[in-house]
Design a protein. Sequence first.
Length: 136
Amino acid sequence: MNNENSLMTIEAVSRQLRIPKHTLRFWEKEFEGILNPSRTSGGQRRYTLEHIVRIEEINRLRKNGMGLAAIKRRLVESDQGIRTGSDRIDLLANRVAEVVKAEVCQFFRKENQDSSGPIEKREREFSCRKILPLPE
């Protein structure tokens, strides 16, 4: 992840993950030491794939009703290698869902090449976006 092409701006992350920029900034302050994007010499944030995976995890936990303090504890435990079975199942289920979504989007795109109209609308409604690879 050392090359500059692998870094994303806050605008790109916000657009890709559909999370407002102000929320990303707030989470950076709230999860200090856990979510720390690098900065350019001009102070602009740059996010790596690992940051994006972490943001997706925070977002998923928030959507499941978990409070910020509980999320912070869980992320710290995760960083320390303390991961519960349900955490692993949740992560796996989310990745499987992402792969299925990618396949459906690919189907919509292929169908859209053959014809125009309702397939394009379904692709937008399904909110197809680039699926990120798993971190190593």
